[in-house]
Write a new protein. Sequence first.
Length: 239
Amino acid sequence: MRSSHDASGTEHVAVGVLGGMGPEATITFMQRVLDATPVEDDIDHVHMVVDNNPKVPSRIKALLEGGNETPGPAIAEMAQRLEQSGCDFLVMPCNTAHYYWQDAQDAVSIPVWHIVERTLDGVAEQWPGARIGMLCSPALRKIGLYEGFIEARDLSLAYPQDEPAMLEVIRNVKKGQVSDEVVGNAFRRAAEDLASQGADVLVLACTELSIISHMLDDALPVVDSVEVLARSVVKAATQ
């Protein structure tokens, strides 16, 4: 891995963040990185270069509603800007946007980490052979993003049966309507549905859901893809 330098010439790792999908989820990811980093002063924190771009075309419209504007070119342009800024590797704290991961990777010569692989590696290590309850956008199920990575890890997936309710939860979080009455009850019902389908562990596979992760009870263990990504970044940047 190449390294960047600060004003004193000291080498350090610079992480590029393909953000804005959505903006608050990006901030949540950044906060998780800060929280996971062992520090004694400002200089100990991870160098993040963030393109918090909410103008990326909607992934849900493109994948669920047949929108004409694909997010791929915008994501590729962001990746190029971040590489030109001196980043050593890139991350994208949005699960659904990983449908366009190849667009980002093809646009740059530095690694673009894949949130799905890192999340499932963690699940497989801690819960071998697990059935995963997926708390995510219906778009994620439609595109089969996680399905392409489970066979090699001997895992299986279950999805909430009430997909419109999950989509409404995510849309409310994007609008900032995160009261327990508005989203909490529906969020917990989805988790209960997955438990009834035999899930061993829940995976938060939508970064909006990471924002409201505290609303879940502790009936099943929860793996938050944003937390996994954040801790991976800290490990890479502080070695």
